[in-house]
Design a protein around this ligand. Structure first.
Ligand SMILES: [Zn+2]
Length: 153
């Protein structure tokens, strides 16, 4: 602590700032988001070097550092790789608790996507469970066009 603060009481005021901004998603994310909005399809992008399908798509492969080139349309079904159930709600949570997040490895993709997962029976939500995407009725071209995933089988 600086000597100055030994003689002066620090006064703290609480404040808030609002900074509206917008940004362009770029060509890869824009295509991904318009496919969600207009076709209710999840697409990935294939790396020409390692052949992995990245979903969500990336403009550049994070493993090879080369530009991805080829789009891959996915079925919207996959496997739960990890999940967590949120039991304790806070005002900052996007949903009323309890709700769950899951990491899903979509069929045909080599990477994973994290989103909400709906479940009726908590004992069915487990690693290796099959899941499929659910889209919002009204879509706006953002990741929330995916309402959630749901368990199948
Ligand atoms: Zn690669």
């Amino acid at each position: 602590m600086h000597e100055f603060w030994r003689t002066v009481e620090p006064i703290v005021y609480e404040g808030r700032i609002k900074v509206p901004y917008s940004w362009q998603a770029g060509e890869t994310a824009s295509y991904f988001l318009t496919q969600l909005r207009d076709r209710q399809k999840i697409v990935g992008k294939k790396c020409p070097e390692c052949q992995q399908v990245l979903a969500p798509p990336r403009k550049c492969c994070p493993f090879c550092f080369v530009h991805t080139t080829e789009w891959a349309e996915l079925t919207g079904e996959g496997e739960v790789v990890a999940f967590t159930i949120v039991h304790r709600g806070t005002p900052l949570q996007p949903m009323k608790s309890p709700f769950a997040y899951a990491v899903i490895k979509l069929d045909g993709a080599d990477t994973q996507l994290t989103h909400f997962i709906e479940y009726q029976d908590e004992t069915r939500l487990k690693i290796g469970a099959r899941a499929r995407v659910l889209f919002q009725e009204e879509r706006h071209g953002n990741i929330k066009d995916i309402k959630a995933f749901e368990l199948i089988e």
